[in-house]
Design a protein around this ligand. Structure first.
Ligand code: AMP
Length: 297
């Protein structure tokens, strides 16, 4: 299997939604992305947790084949994010972000990870994402995620990052904020002019749009009867997307988008990482086949 380096947050999340309150469940961008890719690639995780992070959670990641030797345990408490969803789950507000040990996170890529073929830069400060790129040798493909916080507070570093990555994965709202445009083609053209050859705009329950040169591909979100928790859907999408490219040697980006959408659809069916922790390659492949049925005409 190809090697896939994932760098990002590993967290406790407190989630308030239509099902109630879920206190300090395991989350974080790197956790979701690693789990989503774990059945497709040799995932190498780099992140930081505090001494309060449960050993069983690390064991769960290891049991999925994820190499956690780059998961630093620092003195202090684990990053904690708390958010509340609207009843229809279409929007959320951040109630609290306790950076804790994440405040001093300075990702160190272990020597044994520096030859990683595929790199996923999860949502962390763009300066840190750049620092990761300075430590890896010659990856075949680098994808990055970002968020409004960094557009507001670290725009110069973010712009530099965009010149050094192959694929940007970004929420529609944040893509509009970053470019100042509203309509999809204008947004994509402006983002590609900033550096990345390929841009993927995530549209939540409406799926994702892929832009590569003249090619545009539109993937729906998989229709579900119920959603338990959308947290981590975007990170799971990115993990499934890059996992597919790692497994298949970077070929068909459209197939990869569908694999990302399949991973995200499993993610939202349970609270936290519950569904991803049980996900098999067969489940993913079956859902990719269902996507084909769903969209073929
Ligand atoms: P998503 O729903 O895909 O946007 O990702 C949700 C995950 O992002 C949660 O598990 C949080 O722990 C994590 N998260 C929230 N805020 C931040 C932040 N400022 N930096 C890094 N990760 C974050």
């Amino acid at each position: 299997m190809s090697s896939l380096l994932v760098v990002g947050s590993v967290a406790f999340d407190t989630i308030h939604n239509h099902l109630g309150s879920h206190d300090r469940v395991i989350g974080g961008s790197a956790t979701y992305a690693s789990l989503a890719a774990s059945q497709l690639a040799d995932v190498r995780l780099v992140g930081v947790v505090g001494q309060d992070f449960p050993r069983e959670a690390v064991e769960m990641l290891r049991s999925r084949g994820i190499d956690t030797s780059g998961l630093e345990v620092a003195i202090g408490e684990t990053f904690h994010w708390e958010g509340r969803y609207s009843d229809d789950l279409t929007s959320r507000e951040t109630i609290q972000t306790d950076l804790n040990v994440f405040a001093d996170f300075n990702p160190k890529i272990p020597a044994s990870f520096q030859d990683s073929e595929f790199v996923m830069l999860g949502n962390i400060a763009p300066q840190l994402q750049l620092h990761v790129l300075d430590q890896v040798q010659r990856p075949k493909l680098v994808i990055a995620d970002t968020m409004n916080l960094w557009i507001d507070t670290a725009l110069d570093a973010l712009k530099e990052l965009l010149t050094r990555i192959d694929i940007l994965v970004i929420n529609e709202e944040e893509a509009r904020q970053l470019t100042g445009y509203h309509h999809p083609l204008a947004v994509a053209e402006a983002l590609r002019a900033m550096g990345p050859e390929t841009v993927i705009v995530k549209r939540g329950e409406y799926g994702a749009l892929l832009f590569l040169e003249e090619d545009i591909f539109c993937a729906p979100a998989y229709p579900l009867k119920a959603v338990a928790d959308p947290t981590g859907a975007g990170d799971s999408f990115a993990g499934g997307f890059l996992g597919y490219l790692a497994e298949n040697g970077h070929t068909d980006l459209r197939q990869a988008v569908i694999c990302g959408s399949a991973a995200a659809s499993f993610c939202v069916q349970d609270v936290g990482v519950g569904a991803l922790a049980e996900l098999t390659r067969e489940h993913l492949k079956k859902r990719i086949r269902d996507f084909r049925e769903l969209t073929c005409f």
